[in-house]
Design a protein around this ligand. Structure first.
Ligand SMILES: Cc1ncc(COP(=O)(O)O)c(C=O)c1O
Length: 366
């Protein structure tokens, strides 16, 4: 049986390696593996989320809630917007991107994505027959090349993806630049991906009241510690949210994810401490790694950082393999468009794991 043409031409998305994969491949103890490959929250979930999940287990014979008013309201309070400006997705922010594509993309449309950035936009939008047009993230200055976005716009452009802080480069896009692009292009949807905004302590969410063509992507996978529960959300004007609700899968948010999300949002202490510990870990890793001469460590406003490794004598795949043998998973960025074979990305860990990782890195490089 032949698949759709687009599927026969597509490559699979390459996610970061899991602890289970590495443990069995290298015959290691899963618990000892230090995972810095997937920008997760290393400090564990909120105890209130765990308690709520345990209580909810007895109800999993029932379908989930299809109307998510309570969670939408809690997310609206957290974000400082109206409930009618919020949509929730059950396969994380990735589902929100998928629903955006299903709602707004027609075959033959174009979307602009600066390289390097989050690879999943392209992977998803191509499935709907849209064509990527690449702009540029200037790595020398670690800054979005805004002119490259403006130059890429034409009559077919339907969406522009602006990830801030950008994954994998870690820095922010200037709010004035976002406003300029949105105001000059009222028929193009500007998707501002704020998956990591809490680590930067800066948001552009106020722009949804000013512009009908700005959509903010958010996730509970990072600061909120719920990557395994797959909860994402989006913020935009009511018209966009209403269209998306027509398309969104009805039961994609499971009962367990629902209660986990609700109870994490109500655990203010957890959220505060998660941000604080994340920023501390980032600072520690940045300071220590910057002392290693052969590494080009990028300052970051997120929970990860990009590292150029050209001067180490390793390619990213070789270095990632050496680190894996020592029980450390980093992201080999070779498959990222816009980066060559000399980049890795690491995410924050507990301070104890950070220290172990630094020692292993020094040993591997020496
Ligand atoms: C920039 C960016 N956006 C969106 C996502 C997707 O997050 P989620 O886990 O909610 O699907 C990620 C995941 O790493 C990401 O890095």
């Amino acid at each position: 049986m032949k698949p759709r043409m687009i599927v026969s031409e597509m490559d699979s998305y390459v996610p970061g390696k899991s602890q289970d994969e590495i443990a069995s491949e290298f015959n290691l103890n899963k618990e000892d593996i230090i995972k810095l490959g997937s920008n997760e929250n290393p400090f564990g979930p909120s105890p209130k989320a765990i308690e709520a999940i345990e209580k909810e287990c007895k109800n999993i014979n029932r379908y989930p809630e299809s109307v998510l008013n309570e969670l939408q309201q809690e997310l609206a309070n957290y974000s400082g917007v109206k409930q009618s400006q919020v949509i929730v997705g059950g396969d994380g922010a990735d589902e929100i991107i998928d629903v955006l594509a299903k709602t707004f993309i027609d075959e033959g449309d174009e979307f602009i994505v600066p390289l390097p950035s989050y690879m999943y936009y392209e992977y998803l939008l191509q499935q709907y027959g849209a064509r990527p047009v690449y702009a540029k993230w200037n790595l020398d200055e670690n800054k979005l090349d805004i002119d490259s976005i403006v130059d890429a716009i034409n009559s077919k452009t339907k969406m522009i993806f602006l990830c801030t802080p950008n994954n994998p480069s870690g820095t922010l896009i200037d709010k004035e630049d976002i406003k300029r692009i949105a105001s000059q292009n009222p028929d193009i949807l500007i998707i501002v991906d704020e998956a990591y905004f809490e680590y930067a302590e800066i948001t552009n969410k106020d722009l949804i009241n000013e512009f009908n063509n700005i959509f903010i992507i958010r996730t509970m996978s990072k600061v909120m510690g719920l990557a395994g529960m797959r909860v994402g959300y989006g913020l935009a004007c009511e018209e966009i949210i209403e269209y998306m609700h027509r398309i969104k899968p009805v039961f994609s948010l499971t009962r367990l994810s629902y209660v986990a999300a609700l109870n994490t949002l109500r655990d203010e202490d957890y959220i505060k401490s998660s941000i604080k510990k994340g920023i501390e870990s980032r600072q520690y890793l940045y300071n220590e790694l910057s002392k290693i001469d052969s590494l080009n460590v990028f300052p970051s406003k997120s929970n990860f950082m990009l590292i150029g490794i050209k001067d180490t004598g390793f390619t990213a795949s070789e270095l990632a393999l050496e680190l894996m043998k020592h029980g450390v998973i980093v992201r080999d960025c070779t498959s990222f468009k816009g980066l060559d074979e000399f980049w890795i990305r690491i995410s924050i860990c507990t301070l104890e794991e950070d220290e172990k990782f630094i020692n292993i890195m020094k040993e591997v490089l020496s």
